[in-house]
Write a protein that binds this ligand. Structure first.
Ligand code: PLP
Length: 499
């Protein structure tokens, strides 16, 4: 009986081995998959370079096939790939496209950066724990130090490479309150300061770390949409008088909507005087610190306690890579590491006091080797070309600004500090300006040649162009400018006839 059962189990295991052997894809099949993949990638690349598809697939949005169901059995490889390709090509708006000027162009991965996502995925690279000096952790540490150096942080910092700015911000907020030894019972008295242009990642992060009850104070901005340090200090003094606990200031270097840059040096003075944690959100603007032309905008960032920067924006890597650096690395470690070895690692030397693991410096344990997406492009291209590419984006924004200004037909509230251009067209007499610009905006976005998102400032409707894709060059801004001119004239004539 016992023996029969054992035979049975043995046979079952052999059967299952055969049935699951398809998971081990043989070389010939792999080559087929790889060449099919390269075909897809090359077609995409060609089309995107030649602008033969728009960022918005307006034409076939309606006729898109429904997304398949997941089924018990396998599907034909070629059919799956065709379908997959069709869905990716028709993925709506593509923020990695050279004429994507909306929000912040994100995730336009250079080829080596894309390989940085692919190669570690095939190697099953695990980078959560240091596992006896895993060199990929060393590589990520080098990258974090490179970022820390860029902003002038001294030795003693620590950081992690997370999935993006939002998660990095959440972690920074957690470290800030943990190191301040705040009690949850005091959260309702805590005050966090930022401008109205701060990213919602701050608000979401506060909720995630349990500080929903804290007050998020919107500090007054000046005419250039920058937080005013004097207003900040006035507010802190008032809050202190009212028995509240001023706790943290989130300054933004490159606000998402306007590209404005808060005066970090002045804000750091206020934070010093009142012993507040200074967090710098440079998710969008951070890598412009590579450019001498705008380096002065970063003055004082070295005085902050934490900083967030998004390689999936300014370093042109695929979506899913954000960096947090905390100046006093011990605080990050204290917040994120356990004071004991977890039961599932006990008895095996997974952690070492000498070499910290990413999982001791973030809330993740298992994580992909995200650093590869920065490492490969930075090594293969060198830093210099990123400096040039970012300088090109700065100048492209100024180029468009200059061209719009020259016509005398647009209101331009702000000379671009980084790469956001805000404008609205002067409306014909008797026509409401918001209505006119809304129509201009709708006209520009409707044919899929370019994509932008608007900016509503004090109830005034503005159009907004943000330049950050590595593929965006002068011809794309020329196209953008001529479309703006053409549509403006068209709507002007229409409305004038109506009036
Ligand atoms: C994009 C952005 C964020 C959020 O980053 P994600 O990577 O999208 O989570 C935060 N702050 C600013 C200023 C941003 O532009």
């Amino acid at each position: 009986m016992q023996e029969a059962q054992e035979d049975n189990l043995h046979q079952t295991l052999l059967d299952l081995k055969v049935k699951t052997s398809v998971l081990e894809v043989p070389q010939v099949e792999r080559e087929k998959m790889t060449s099919r993949t390269m075909e897809m990638v090359n077609t995409y690349d060609d089309n995107i370079r030649n602008l033969t598809w728009g960022p918005v697939k307006t034409s076939d949005q309606g006729s898109l096939p429904a997304v398949d169901e997941i089924e018990e059995g396998p599907s034909e490889y070629e059919l799956v790939m065709q379908d997959f390709n069709a869905h990716l090509v028709n993925a709506g708006v593509n923020p990695g496209h050279p004429t994507f000027f909306g929000a912040i162009p994100t995730g336009g991965g250079t080829y080596p950066a894309s390989l940085g996502a692919f190669i570690p995925a095939t190697f099953a690279t695990y980078s959560g724990v240091h596992l006896k000096r895993t060199s990929i952790v060393e590589m990520e540490n080098k990258l974090i130090t490179w970022v820390a150096d860029l902003f002038g942080y001294p030795a003693g910092h620590a950081g992690n490479i997370s999935s993006g700015g939002s998660l990095a911000t959440l972690t920074a907020l957690a470290v800030a309150w943990d190191s301040r030894e705040l009690k949850a019972a005091d959260f309702h008295r805590c005050v966090i300061y930022c401008s109205e242009f701060a990213h919602d990642a701050v608000k979401k992060g506060l909720r995630a770390v349990g500080m929903r009850e804290a007050t998020l104070r919107t500090v007054q901005v000046d005419k250039l949409f920058k937080m005013t340090a004097a207003a900040l200090e006035r507010q802190i003094l008032e809050d202190k008088k009212a028995g509240l606990l001023p706790f943290l200031v989130a300054a933004t270097v490159g606000t998402t909507l306007t590209g404005s840059v808060d005066p970090v040096n002045d804000i750091a003075d206020v934070c010093d005087r009142h012993q507040l944690w200074l967090h710098v959100d440079a998710a969008y603007g951070g890598f412009f610190a590579l450019c001498d032309e705008v380096k002065q905008l970063f003055a004082g960032v070295e005085r902050s306690d934490s900083i967030v920067v998004n390689p999936h924006k300014g370093l042109f890597v695929p979506c899913g890579v954000g960096v947090l650096v905390v100046k006093d690395g011990k605080k990050l470690q204290q917040c994120c590491s356990m004071d004991h070895t977890p039961t599932y690692f006990r008895g095996a030397p997974m952690f070492s006091a000498e070499h910290l693991s990413p999982s001791e410096l973030s809330f993740e344990l298992t994580r992909p080797f995200r650093g590869a997406q920065m490492w490969l492009p930075l090594k293969m291209f060198g830093v210099g070309v990123f400096r040039e590419a970012l300088k090109e984006k700065l100048l492209l924004a100024r180029y468009l600004y200059g061209k719009l200004k020259e016509t005398g037909q647009f209101e331009l509230p702000l000379e671009p500090k980084l790469t956001v251009v805000l404008f609205r067209a002067t409306a014909p007499p008797g026509v409401d300006s918001n209505n006119f610009n809304q129509q201009l905006f709708d006209g520009l976005n409707s044919d899929g040649k370019i994509f932008m998102t608007p900016a509503v400032l004090s109830d005034q409707f503005y159009l907004r162009v943000c330049v950050l894709c590595f593929r965006t060059h002068i011809e794309h801004l020329d196209l953008c400018f001529s479309l703006i001119q053409e549509k403006r004239l068209h709507i002007w004539e229409l409305l004038r006839c109506d009036a």
